[in-house]
Design a protein around this ligand. Structure first.
Ligand code: ADP
Length: 320
C-alpha cells in the first residue's frame, strides 16, 4: 500500500542559517492516526509547512500518496487538508461563506460545495452559526470552523497542528470523537499536539522530534511499553494519618494527604496485588488515577529539554 506520507532525509536551513530540520525520515501509512510530538521549536510546523508546499525544503524528499510535494503541488493540495495552529480566516466573513470559499478554491461545483458545507458545519456543531461573522465565534468554535474548512474537499490526509490548543476539556473530547470518526471512515490523520493525553488516546503511531531530529518513531503501544513503571494515586474513603499509612507497609508508596497516597507500579507488577494488600489492611479505595500521563514520563526521560513539560493546574499534561 502507498504511504500517505513519506519523508526521506528532510533538511531545512532557514535563511538566517538556523538548521530547523536535520535529516528527518518517516512514513505514515494510509488510514493511520499518527502523532507528531516534540517541544516548542522542535521543527513540527516546519515539516507541516514543507508538506503544505508553503515552505521550501533545503534537501530531502517529501511525498503525499506517492507524489513528490515539490513537483506535484496541485495533486498534493487535493490530497490533503491542513488545520493550522493560528486562526487564519477573515473575522468579517460569515461562517458558511468561509467554508464555501474554500470549496471554490478546490473547484467544487456550487451544489456540491453547499452540500459539503452543510455536512461539515453540522458535524462540527456550527450549522446554527452559519450566518454569523466568524469574529462572533468562541475560540473553540473558530477551531472547529478551521476543521470544517479543511475537510470540505474531503482530503485523504488531514494534518492538524495543535487543533485543541486552548479548547476546554469537554469540547476537546467531542473533537476527539469526531476525529476518530473521520479516521475510521478512511481519512489518514497526522496530529501535532501539546496535549500528551490527546496523543495517547487517539494515535496508533508516533514520532517524537527534538531539535530537528527524530528521537523516536514507533507504535504508541510499544512506546508506552518501554515505561519501567507508572505512578498511581489512590484516593481513600476514610481519613488517613501519615503514621497509620506507614503501618500499612505498601512498597514504593508515598503518603500525599489525609485522603490519598501514591504507589509506583513496575512494568511486571500487578495492580491487583496492591488492592489485595489494601483489602487485608482494611483500607477502602474510592478511586485510582495515573499521577501523570504516561507519555509525559517518557518525554521527561528522553528529551534534552525536559523543563518544557509542566503540568497545568487542571491536571492535564502539556508540552508547552
Ligand atoms: P515547532 O512547530 O516544533 O514549535 P518550528 O518548526 O516552528 O517548531 O521551528 C523550528 C525551529 O526553526 C525553531 O528554532 C524556530 O525558531 C525556527 N524557525 C521557524 N521559522 C523560522 C524562520 N522563518 N526563520 C528562521 N528560523 C525559523
Amino acid at each position: 500500500m502507498t504511504s500517505a506520507l513519506s519523508i526521506s532525509d528532510l533538511c531545512k536551513t532557514y535563511t538566517n542559517g538556523h538548521e530547523a530540520l536535520k535529516g528527518i525520515s518517516l512514513e505514515v501509512q494510509t488510514r493511520d492516526f499518527f502523532a507528531l510530538l516534540g517541544p516548542n521549536g522542535a521543527g513540527k510546523s516546519t515539516i507541516i509547512g514543507i508538506i503544505s508546499t508553503l515552505i521550501g525544503q533545503s534537501s530531502g524528499a517529501v511525498s503525499v500518496f506517492g507524489k513528490n510535494v515539490a513537483t506535484h503541488v496541485y495533486e498534493t493540495k487535493l490530497n490533503f487538508g491542513v488545520v493550522p495552529q493560528e486562526v487564519n480566516f477573515s473575522p468579517f466573513e460569515k461562517v458558511a461563506d468561509i467554508v464555501m470559499t474554500q470549496a471554490g478554491y478546490y473547484g467544487l461545483p456550487r451544489s456540491l460545495a453547499s452540500e459539503r458545507t452543510e455536512k461539515y458545519l453540522r458535524k462540527l456543531g456550527l450549522w446554527d452559526k452559519r450566518d454569523n461573522r466568524s469574529r462572533m465565534l468562541s475560540g473553540g468554535m473558530k477551531r472547529r470552523l478551521m476543521i470544517a474548512r479543511a475537510l470540505v474537499h474531503e482530503p485523504k490526509l488531514l494534518i492538524l497542528d495543535e487543533p485543541t490548543a486552548g479548547v476546554d476539556i469537554e469540547l476537546r473530547r467531542s473533537m476527539w470523537d469526531f476525529l476518530q470518526e473521520i479516521n475510521q471512515s478512511g481519512t489518514t490523520i497526522i496530529l501535532t499536539t501539546h496535549y500528551l493525553e490527546e496523543a495517547e488516546n487517539l494515535c496508533r503511531n508516533i514520532a517524537i522530534i527534538d531539535e530537528g531530529k527524530i528521537i523516536e518513531n514507533t507504535s504508541m503501544k510499544s512506546l508506552l511499553g518501554k515505561l519501567d513503571s507508572q505512578t498511581l494515586v489512590f484516593d481513600v474513603r476514610d481519613e488517613l494519618q501519615s503514621e497509620t499509612f506507614a503501618t500499612i507497609g505498601l512498597a514504593r508508596s508515598r503518603f500525599l494527604d489525609s485522603h490519598s497516597f501514591e504507589v509506583d507500579i513496575g512494568k511486571d507488577e500487578n495492580i491487583n496485588d496492591v488492592f489485595s494488600h489494601l483489602e487485608i489492611k482494611e483500607v477502602k479505595v474510592k478511586g485510582v488515577r495515573n499521577k501523570t500521563n504516561r507519555l509525559e514520563q517518557l518525554f521527561i526521560s528522553r528529551l534534552k529539554t525536559p523543563n518544557n513539560f509542566p503540568n497545568t493546574d487542571k491536571g492535564e499534561t502539556t508540552l508547552c
